[in-house]
Ligand binder design. Structure first.
Ligand code: DC
Length: 223
């Protein structure tokens, strides 16, 4: 099986680009952030503090988390049989996911699940620790980034398109806060794997970024 690992900070365009790349190659796109978000939603709904291991760890045992793909290839997340794909995208869940993801037991619990997916099919998997921890032997590793201001601009546009009002400074602060949490946690922090190719998309549009990605994977995997 072939695997492509894409890591990087929030708002770097990982999911859009990884999905497009997977489509071009005929691989499965796995959004691992959605899995952490589902765990965070479970904690929120149980009234647990997502930052408190003593409250989150007991929830893992009974966690009924499933993932499936629609006929359009879109990844759906289910919590206890309920499709939560939309619910996990709200702002509160983003922050809580970052907190719950810092708990080593949560990461250990999800590790095998993610690895199994890559054993069963060719994947483009995106997240924070895919190239460093989940798939250290991935065929291609890419560290995708962009400046915090550019990432905040993109996130703001996305929110506006969804009709959710927000202001630039708040979005920028949230992004910087989440980056800090993801980079400084002890368990599998966000960092570029030594053998990952760095791609900075600050100056690139979507097509330009996708072409740069295709150039990186060319010759390393075939469709
Ligand atoms: O990619 P995202 O914004 O949907 O991810 C939500 C949070 O989940 C992110 O702040 C950090 C965490 N995460 C992680 O720790 N490891 C991953 N492989 C993916 C996401």
């Amino acid at each position: 099986m072939k695997s492509i690992a894409i890591d990087g900070p929030a708002g770097a365009g990982k999911s859009t680009l990884a999905r497009r790349l997977a489509g071009r190659l005929g691989y499965l796109y796995v959004d691992t952030g959605a899995i952490y978000r589902t765990v965070a939603l479970c904690a929120i709904e149980a009234g647990a503090d997502p930052a408190d291991p003593a409250q989150v760890i007991p929830l893992l045992e009974g966690l009924d988390l499933q993932m499936s793909y629609g006929s359009d290839g879109v990844q759906h997340m289910y919590l206890s049989g309920r499709d939560v794909s939309e619910d996990i995208r709200v702002h509160a869940v983003s922050q809580c996911a970052s907190l719950a993801a810092a708990i080593p037991e949560v990461r250990a619990f999800l590790l095998e699940y993610q690895r199994r997916l890559a054993e069963e099919q060719n994947v483009v998997m995106d997240g924070r620790d895919i190239g460093t921890v989940v798939l250290p032997k991935a065929d291609v590793k890419i560290f995708l980034t962009a400046s915090a201001r550019e990432r905040a601009r993109r996130r703001l546009r996305e929110l506006e398109q969804r009709g959710q009002a927000a202001d630039f400074e708040t979005v920028l602060r949230d992004i910087e806060q989440r980056d800090h949490l993801d980079r400084t946690r002890a368990a599998a922090p966000l960092r570029q794997a030594e053998d990952a190719v760095l791609l900075d998309t600050s100056e690139l549009d979507l097509e330009g970024s996708l072409n740069a990605l295709l150039e990186i994977v060319k010759g390393k995997v075939s469709s």
